[in-house]
Design a protein around this ligand. Structure first.
Ligand code: HEM
Length: 428
C-alpha cells in the first residue's frame, strides 16, 4: 500500500465500510452537484476538519484518492511554492478534454512548463491588452448605442471578444462566422463542471474549433510562418526539446489564448449584475469616483468562476502539521480564499473601495491562480482580463442597460449560467 492510500480502506476488505472514518466516501458527485458551495458544505462536516479553527484543512476522498482541501493566503503560498507538487497528473479528464486540450501548458511541469509558458507571457503583455481593448472599445461604441429592447449581453460581448481576439491573434474569421465561433468558444468553457450534455457540447465545440485553428496554423507553416502576429509566433514556437510544437498542440495553445479571452464575457455579465445591484457604484463609475481597477478586482473576487485547483505531491509533504501523502491530491480552494473573511472582511459585500490603497499579494486574491505567472502556473491573462473589464465597466455603467435576468448567481452551477438578458434604452 502506498502512503497515498494509507488512510483509505482496502476495497476488497468486507469489514472496511464499517471502519471507514465518518464522511469517507467519494465526493466528486457532490462537487459537480454543489459547485462553488462544495467546500463550504464540507466545512460543515466536523469530522473532515484536520486543522485550522475555520476548517482550513479538510480531508476527503476525491476521484478515488485522498484529497486535502486547503484555503487561505498561506495555503495558496504552500500550493505555489512547495516544490514537490505536480499538475500533470492532477487534472481531471473532464477539464482537460473540454477546457484546456490535451498537451496544454496547464498539464506540464518543470522545465517543459517553464519553457512553454514563455509563449504565453510574451504574447499577453501590454501590447496585447492595448490591441484587444482598442478594438473592443470601437466595437462597443459602434454597437451598444444601436441596441433596442431586450438582448443577451453575454452573447453580444462574447461576439465582440471573439472579433477582437481573432484580430489580435491573426486568425482569419469571416463576419458571418463570428456567431458560431463565439458559441463554440463559450461552449468549451461552459462544459467544464458537467458530466452531461454540457460536457458533450464542449467536446464537440472543441473538435470544431480545433480544426478551424489547426487549418490556419498549417497554412502559416506551409507559407513559411511569415509575420509577427501571435499566430505566427505559435506556428513557429519550438518546445524545450527544440522541436516545433506538433500541429495538434499548437492548435490547443492557440485556443488557450482565444478561449479564455472570450470567457471574460462571464465577468462582463457579472459586472452588469454588480452595476444593477449597486446603483451607487454605477453612479461612481460614471462620475469617476469609483476606480475601474477596484471595480474589476472586486468583480473577479466576488463572483464565481474558477472554483478549485489541484496538484499532487511526488513525496509525502506536510501542511499545518497535517501529513499529505505522496500521490494524493492537494486542492486549493480559490473561491474560499477569495471569500476568506480574514483576508476580505465582509467577504460577500461588493465593495470596490476595499482595493483603494491595498497592495494585492501574490497569494490573497486568486481568482486566476496565485504566485508568479512567469515561473509558475498563475494565469498569464490577468492583465488582459483586467484591461477588458476596465474598458467595458465605465461603458456599461454609462449605457443605461438594465438587467432583466435574476441578479443572484446560483452557486451550484459551475460555471455560472452564461446568458444575461438586459433591456436597452434606460437612463443612468
Ligand atoms: C475570465 C478570465 C480568466 C479566468 C477566471 C482565468 C483563470 C485561470 C486560472 C484559475 C488558471 C489556473 C492557474 C493555475 O493553474 O495555477 C489559469 C491559467 C491559465 N490562463 Fe487564465 N483565466 C482567465 C483569462 C485568461 C486569459 C485572457 C488568458 C489568455 C489570453 C488566459 C490564459 C491562461 C493560460 C494559458 C493558463 C495556463 C497557465 C499555466 O498553466 O502555466 N486566461 N487561468
Amino acid at each position: 500500500m502506498t502512503s497515498a492510500e494509507a488512510t483509505a480502506p482496502a476495497a476488497t476488505d468486507p469489514g472496511a465500510a464499517a471502519r471507514r472514518p465518518a464522511g469517507w466516501h467519494e465526493r466528486a458527485p457532490a462537487l459537480l452537484r454543489d459547485g462553488y458551495s462544495f467546500v463550504a458544505r464540507l466545512r460543515g462536516e466536523d469530522q473532515l476538519r484536520l486543522a485550522g479553527a475555520d476548517g482550513d484543512v479538510l480531508r476527503i476522498r476525491l476521484m478515488g484518492r485522498t484529497a486535502t482541501v486547503i484555503r487561505g493566503e498561506d495555503a495558496a503560498r504552500f500550493f505555489y511554492t512547495e516544490p514537490s507538487l505536480r499538475r500533470g497528473n492532477a487534472l481531471p479528464e473532464l477539464v482537460v478534454g473540454s477546457l484546456f486540450g490535451h498537451g496544454a501548458v496547464h498539464t506540464l511541469d518543470g522545465p517543459a512548463h517553464q519553457h512553454r509558458k514563455t509563449l504565453f507571457t510574451t504574447l499577453t503583455g501590454a501590447a496585447a491588452s492595448g490591441q484587444v481593448c482598442s478594438r473592443l472599445a470601437r466595437l462597443w461604441d459602434e454597437r451598444a448605442p444601436r441596441w433596442t429592447g431586450e438582448l443577451d449581453l453575454f452573447t453580444e460581448t462574447s461576439r465582440m471578444l471573439t472579433e477582437a481576439g481573432t484580430a489580435w491573434l491573426g486568425l482569419e474569421l469571416a463576419p458571418e462566422q463570428v456567431g458560431r465561433r463565439a458559441r463554440d468558444l463559450v461552449a468549451m468553457v461552459d462544459g467544464f463542471g458537467s458530466v452531461g450534455a454540457r460536457q458533450l457540447r464542449a467536446r464537440t465545440a472543441r473538435a470544431r474549433s480545433h480544426s478551424w485553428v489547426a487549418g490556419q496554423l498549417r497554412r502559416r507553416r506551409a507559407e513559411g510562418t511569415g509575420g509577427d502576429d501571435p499566430l505566427a509566433v505559435v506556428a513557429s514556437f519550438r518546445d524545450a526539446d527544440g522541436e516545433l510544437l506538433p500541429l495538434r498542440v499548437a492548435a490547443v495553445e492557440t485556443l488557450n489564448l482565444l478561449r479564455p479571452l472570450v470567457a471574460v464575457s462571464w465577468l462582463v455579465a457579472m459586472s452588469a449584475r454588480a452595476l444593477e445591484s449597486f446603483p451607487a457604484v454605477r453612479r461612481g463609475l460614471v462620475a469617476g469616483s469609483v476606480d475601474p481597477l477596484g471595480f474589476a478586482q472586486e468583480v473577479r473576487r466576488v463572483y464565481p468562476f474558477a472554483p478549485l485547483l489541484a496538484a499532487r505531491p511526488t513525496q509525502d509533504v506536510s501542511w499545518q502539521g497535517v501529513l499529505i501523502p505522496a500521490g494524493s491530491f492537494v486542492v486549493l480552494d480559490l473561491w474560499g480564499t477569495d471569500h476568506d473573511p480574514r483576508l476580505w472582511p465582509d467577504p460577500d459585500v461588493f465593495d470596490p473601495g476595499r482595493f483603494a490603497g491595498r497592495v494585492v499579494s501574490p497569494y490573497d486574491l486568486v481568482p486566476q491562480g496565485g504566485g508568479s505567472a512567469e515561473t509558475g502556473h498563475r494565469c498569464p491573462g490577468e492583465d488582459l482580463t483586467l484591461a477588458v473589464l476596465m474598458t467595458l465597466a465605465p461603458r456599461l455603467a454609462a449605457s443605461g442597460l438594465q438587467v432583466v435576468s435574476p441578479l443572484a448567481v446560483p452557486l451550484t452551477r459551475m460555471p455560472p449560467e452564461p446568458s444575461l438578458t438586459v433591456r436597452a434604452g434606460g437612463s443612468v
